[in-house]
Write a new protein. Structure first.
Length: 135
């Protein structure tokens, strides 16, 4: 029968947790429809320049004990000019009350940025997602 899945050219991740990255590499290697898998041991926003190409989907899930989710703004601004029209940016933990002020700042940046549309908050679980689209 026909397959409903289209092979993906590349999956790219960026995370400072090297052991989590190794697990992600092993897990992704088991998926038949993936092309290149690039998992970079690094932190956003400083190591975003190491991310090759222009991703179509970006998942932001940055945690900092001191600054919470405020790093999402820098990560978004560091990536947005490299993202193609139609790309989607997903930010995790949009419904977590302790990050409400962080997401307020993030959403203001999205609202005011000329290339971004959204954000829309999706309460898909107790953590939630904030979705934005690049125009």
């Amino acid at each position: 029968g026909a397959s409903c899945r289209t092979p993906t050219e590349r999956v790219t991740g960026l995370d400072p947790d090297c052991s989590a990255n190794e697990l992600a590499r092993r897990n992704l290697a088991m998926l038949a429809n993936l092309g290149e898998v690039v998992i970079i041991d690094g932190q956003s926003p400083g190591d975003l320049s190491a991310v090759p190409g222009a991703p179509d989907v970006v998942l932001l899930d940055l945690d900092n004990a001191r600054t919470g989710k405020l790093g999402y703004v820098d990560a978004l601004l560091g990536l947005v000019d490299r993202l193609p029209s139609g790309a989607v940016v997903v930010a995790h933990d949009a419904c977590v009350s302790r990050f409400a002020e962080d997401f307020s700042a993030y959403h203001k940046v999205v609202d005011r940025h000329p290339r971004l549309r959204g954000p829309r908050t999706l309460p898909v679980d107790e953590c939630g997602l904030s979705i934005s689209r690049v125009s």
